[in-house]
Design a protein around this ligand. Structure first.
Ligand SMILES: [Zn+2]
Length: 381
C-alpha cells in the first residue's frame, strides 16, 4: 500500500519518499514508493506528470494490490529516498475540471432531476452524459446555477464513509450546501477556485445528452481560441461577430445565384462547343479531346450534346486540369461501351470512376492528358 498524499494534502506539489520496489517493464522502471502525491489514472481523472528523483514521470498506474506505480526512464534503487515533484499546472487543471463536474452535475440534478451517467475528462474539454435529453433552456439554467455556486465560493470537503467489508471505505466529496457524491479524484478546496464553468457543445447521446464543459483555465483558453478565430473571420466579413452568421448566409445565397447564372451560360456555350466538336469529328466515330476552360460538369454537357447530335459518335472529353477528369458519352447508334472504356483507363492510369454503356465519368488519372487521349484513340485500334 502506498500512502496517498493527494488525499491527505491535495495541494502538495513536492514530497520526499522511500523507494519500496523497482520493476522493469517494457524498458521502463515502475517505481513504488511508501507515499506519493502523484495521482494515478482513475475515476475519469488522468494521471499526474512531473519528476521523481529528477526523472520524468510518464505514467502513474494504480495497481490491483493497492500500490501506485510511477513509470520513469531513470534508474532508482530500492531504499533510495527521492524527491517527487508534480506538474502543478496540469494537476490544478484536473482539480478545476473535476470539482466543476460535481457542481455542474449537481445543478442538472437539483434543477431538473437529471442524473449524470458518466464523466470523461479529455485533453481540451470534458463531458458528462445525462440520463435524458436536455433543452437549450435547461442547459442555460444549469450553467447559471453552477456558476452561482462557483461565485458564492462554497467549501469543498472530502470525507470518508465506512461501507461493508466487501466494498471498504467510500470517499465522499462534499460541496457545501449543494452536493455530496462518492468520488476518488482530487478537488479544489473552495468552489471559487473553479473560476468558471462554461458549457460547450450539447449533443444527443444514447437517449440522453452529452454535455461538453470547460472549467477555469480551459474556459479562458477556449475563449482565446474563439476570439482569434472570430478576429480572423472579421477581416473577411467586416461585420461584428453578432452579424457574422447572417453575413455568411447572404454570401452563400449570392454564390448560389451566381452559380445558377454561370450554369445557364455554360449550357448555352456547351451546345455551341458540341456542334464545333461534331464538325471536327468530320464523320469519324470516335473523338477524344481535352477542352480548355471547362470543369467536369461543363465537359459532360458538351459530350452529351455532341453524342446526341451525332448518333454513331463516341466522345471522350478531358478537362485540361491535373489530374484530368473525363466524361465519355456515346450516341444512340454506337455500340461502344463508355463504362467499359472508362474502366480500361482507370486500370491503366490508376484513376477512378464509373458509369453505364452510354455515359461514364471519372478522374484522378496519373498521366498527362495527351497520353490519356492516346490511350482512348488506341482502344479502337
Ligand atoms: Zn470528484
Amino acid at each position: 500500500m502506498t500512502q496517498r498524499i493527494y488525499y491527505s494534502e491535495p495541494y502538495r506539489r513536492a514530497f520526499d519518499a522511500k523507494v519500496l520496489a523497482v520493476d522493469e517493464v517494457a524498458g521502463h522502471s515502475h517505481v513504488t514508493l511508501d507515499q506519493t502525491a502523484f495521482y494515478p489514472t482513475s475515476g475519469g481523472q488522468p494521471f499526474d506528470t512531473g519528476t521523481l528523483g529528477g526523472a520524468a514521470v510518464t505514467d502513474v498506474i494504480e495497481r490491483e494490490d493497492g500500490a501506485i506505480a510511477h513509470v520513469i526512464s531513470g534508474a532508482l534503487r530500492v531504499g533510495d529516498v527521492v524527491t517527487g515533484e508534480i506538474d502543478w499546472l496540469r494537476r490544478f487543471d484536473h482539480m478545476q475540471q473535476h470539482t466543476g463536474q460535481h457542481v455542474l452535475s449537481a445543478a442538472f440534478d437539483r434543477l431538473f432531476g437529471v442524473r449524470t451517467e458518466s464523466f470523461h475528462m479529455g485533453q481540451l474539454s470534458s463531458t458528462i452524459d445525462l440520463a435524458r435529453e436536455v433543452t437549450a433552456n435547461e442547459v442555460a439554467k444549469a450553467e447559471d446555477d453552477a456558476n452561482r455556486i462557483v461565485w458564492e465560493d462554497h467549501a469543498v470537503a472530502m470525507g470518508m464513509r465506512k461501507e461493508s467489508a466487501r466494498t471498504g471505505t467510500l470517499r465522499l466529496i462534499d460541496v457545501q450546501d449543494y452536493d455530496l457524491s462518492a468520488c476518488g479524484g482530487t478537488h479544489v478546496e473552495r468552489t471559487g477556485a473553479i473560476g468558471m464553468i462554461a458549457i460547450g457543445n450539447v449533443e444527443k447521446f444514447k437517449g440522453g445528452s452529452r454535455v461538453e464543459f470547460l472549467c477555469g483555465g480551459r474556459a479562458l483558453e477556449r475563449f482565446r481560441v474563439w476570439k482569434g478565430a472570430l478576429s480572423a473571420i472579421q477581416k473577411y466579413l467586416s461585420v461584428p461577430p453578432i452579424e457574422m452568421a447572417a453575413s455568411i448566409e447572404r454570401m452563400q445565397e449570392d454564390a448560389k445565384a451566381s452559380q445558377r447564372t454561370l450554369r445557364s451560360f455554360q449550357e448555352k456555350l456547351a451546345a455551341q462547343e458540341a456542334l464545333a466538336l461534331v464538325a471536327r469529328a468530320a464523320g469519324k466515330t470516335l473523338i477524344a479531346e481535352a477542352i480548355e476552360g471547362w470543369d467536369a460538369q461543363g465537359i459532360k454537357s458538351i459530350a452529351v450534346a455532341a453524342a446526341a447530335a451525332q448518333p454513331n459518335l463516341v466522345v471522350a472529353l478531358f478537362t485540361a486540369t491535373t489530374p484530368a477528369q473525363v466524361v465519355i458519352a456515346r450516341g444512340a447508334k454506337s455500340t461502344v461501351d463508355a463504362g467499359a472504356l472508362l474502366k480500361q483507363l482507370a486500370a491503366k492510369f490508376g484513376g477512378k470512376g464509373g458509369g453505364k454503356p452510354d455515359l461514364a465519368q471519372g478522374g484522378g488519372f496519373a498521366a498527362p492528358v495527351a497520353e490519356l487521349i492516346g490511350a482512348v484513340n488506341g482502344s479502337r485500334g
